[in-house]
Design a binder for this molecule. Structure first.
Ligand SMILES: Nc1ncnc2c1ncn2[C@@H]1O[C@H](COP(=O)(O)OP(=O)(O)OP(=O)(O)O)[C@@H](O)[C@H]1O
Length: 577
């Protein structure tokens, strides 16, 4: 980490000497463009590359920055450097406002988000051109003084864009290597699961969006002074978003430095062709290279190179002792309710999946949740883990009212779950999948402690040899155990297991039963949805049975399974038949 920082700063210091080297002006103007595009591509990548929210509205935020500087500098006579913080702040606030609305709507993801951001660009352009901000003729900045920080105005512009590019590079690096970055990558792979694992997805997306917009705004502010004349037609066109997307994809969107490499390569290529009066050929060459990269290097140039050099993480190299888990309650069933739901209901369009369920889960018990297909078992787990919002009712966990709380709060309060069909983050290794939950879940560990915690649970579930594999390389048994390891790494108080045994062989089922016993022995309370009756009989202290979303029986497994209503529910006949 420190090496990266030193390297970037040393390169920056070297490049900052250029204005005093007496080189031809060409170098400064060419490098200006390289760094200008670097800022735009890197800042775009902080939201779009990391979290997968592809934005085609980067031109809008760049343009708002440009117009902020143009208006404050040319119309209000502010010194240029005083306008720059506002060139960052105004688009950042605009992004925050937009994100605040858009990120709440679950359906606005993927291509809809891209289209919406593109539409916003044209709306912003229309507002600017039809109001006194611009009014139509554009804004000249010839009265705005270039700060005298270098031998010439061109050098000063070069220096400013260089500093902004270094700051952007460091922000991109810092974000990627922080909890925020890990959360954004989880959002990229599966946003709903990320939220359930404890990632505050809404807040993280807003933060990334604001950073992305603010940095683009700075590039806009400096560029306004560079071009000296700002018009909506030149600013808010499709060129900016399209170019930054291409640059980032070429360099690699999953690597903080990728967009910088892409920006340098494309700017260099276009410049070379333009200088030789072959601009059209240049664009065609860039297009051709992109097609090749997308086909043969889907992770971009830097992504492909770094992936090959990536060393597997070995347990031995991790410094420090494995953190001692917090003291657990003894594995004794108490009468104290850990989870209490009252009148819990969940309706989907036309289907009442849960109907006024009242239920207590006692501290330390293994509670079996049974019922025929479609009776509402998975919905119960989905609602209690926050994956789905409840339609009505109350949910109290360990004395805390969590009704309507977002899923990440449920996770942080100590509720963890597995998915019936495993849903790992597919671009993260098995180890990363588990350690990120140790960071975001109830355990809330720092990165190093989380990795050590993850190794512990990988050993517990027998996955330690697959730690560096990607989830796609695991078989079903291993994927199911990865779900378990992930849930346990959160150090939860309540574990919701949704059919962890389905699809396993009899031998694997025995192994899983033993594992679940050991989980309970460590003090966790378990709600266990299962169709495999021998596992239910072997593991549960109590069972509850759902039918058509209603709780129809609860008690000891042997008694409940003889209850006439339960028998008829399973046979699909009314109790009196
Ligand atoms: N996302 C959804 N949208 C619409 N309906 C849903 C959704 N999820 C579940 N349902 C419906 O809610 C009812 C309960 O489904 P649920 O998956 O909770 O049952 P289950 O008891 O877990 O069944 P199984 O044992 O087959 O997994 C079903 O009628 C199902 O079709």
């Amino acid at each position: 980490m420190k090496r990266t920082l030193t390297l970037v700063l040393a390169a920056g210091a070297g490049l900052a000497c250029i204005p005093w080297l007496g080189l031809p002006a060409f170098y400064e103007s060419f490098l200006y463009l390289v760094f200008h595009w670097m800022i735009l591509a890197l800042s775009w990548n902080i939201l779009s590359g990391y979290s997968g929210y592809f934005s085609f509205g980067h031109g809008a935020f760049f343009g708002i920055g440009m117009y902020t500087t143009a208006v404050l500098g040319a119309k209000f006579d502010w010194p240029f450097l005083a306008t720059l913080p506002f060139a960052a702040l105004v688009p950042a606030l605009f992004g925050l406002g937009l994100g605040f609305v858009v990120f709440r709507v679950k359906s606005v993801r993927g291509e809809l988000f891209a289209l919406l951001t593109l539409a916003v660009t044209f709306v912003v352009a229309t507002i600017i051109v039809n109001t006194p901000i611009d009014g139509g003729p554009g804004i000249y900045l010839n009265t705005v003084q270039v700060p005298k920080i270098a031998p010439s105005p061109a050098s000063a512009l070069y220096l400013m864009v260089l500093i902004a590019a270094i700051v952007t590079l460091l922000v991109a690096w810092k974000v990627q290597n922080s909890k925020l970055g890990i959360g954004l990558f989880a959002i990229h792979d599966d946003e709903d699961v990320a939220e359930v694992m404890g990632v505050p997805t809404f807040r993280y997306k807003l933060l990334a969006f604001a950073l992305s917009c603010g940095l683009a705004g700075v590039a806009g502010g400096i560029h306004a002074l560079f071009v000296q004349y700002v018009t909506t037609a030149e600013t808010f066109n499709i060129t900016v978003p399209l170019t930054v997307v291409l640059m980032s994809v070429l360099g690699g969107t999953r690597w903080w430095g990728g967009p910088a490499i892409g920006a340098a390569a494309i700017t260099g290529l276009l410049y070379a062709f333009t200088a030789g009066d072959h601009a059209v050929a240049g664009r065609a060459a860039v297009g051709g290279i992109l097609v090749v990269v997308i086909l043969f290097m889907p992770e971009g140039v830097l992504g492909t190179l770094l992936k090959k050099r990536r060393k597997p993480v070995a347990k031995e190299v991790l410094p420090g002792p494995t953190p001692a888990p917090p003291p657990r309650a003894p594995a004794v069933v108490t009468s104290r309710p850990l989870l209490e739901v009252r009148g819990l209901s969940k309706a989907f369009k036309g289907v009442q999946a849960l109907d006024k369920v009242n239920l207590q889960v006692r501290q330390g018990e293994i509670l079996g949740l049974l019922g025929p297909n479609g009776s509402g078992k998975s919905t119960f787990i989905n609602v209690v883990s926050g994956h789905y919002p409840l339609s009505a009712g109350e949910l109290v966990f360990d004395g805390q009212v969590l009704t309507g709380a977002p899923a990440h709060r449920m996770a942080q309060a100590g509720i963890a779950r597995t998915y019936q069909i495993p849903r790992p983050f597919k671009h993260m290794t098995v180890l990363e999948n588990v350690s990120m939950v140790a960071m975001f879940g109830c355990a809330s560990l720092d990165a190093q402690a989380a990795t050590r915690e993850a190794w512990k649970w990988l050993e517990f579930t027998g996955l330690q040899d697959r730690a560096n594999a990607l989830p796609d390389d695991l078989n079903l048994h291993q994927r199911k155990f990865l779900e378990l390891a992930r849930a346990l790494a959160a150090r939860p108080r309540l574990v919701l297991l949704d059919e962890v045994l389905s699809g396993l062989t009899p031998g694997e089922i025995n192994e899983a039963i033993e594992l679940i016993r050991r989980i309970r022995d460590q003090g966790a309370t378990i709600v266990f949805v299962e169709h495999v009756m021998r596992a239910v009989m072997a593991l549960t202290d109590r069972i509850v049975v759902l039918n058509h979303g209603k709780l129809i029986a609860q008690g000891q497994a042997t008694e409940v399974m003889q209850d006439s209503e339960v028998v008829s529910a399973y046979l699909g006949r009314p109790a009196h038949a």
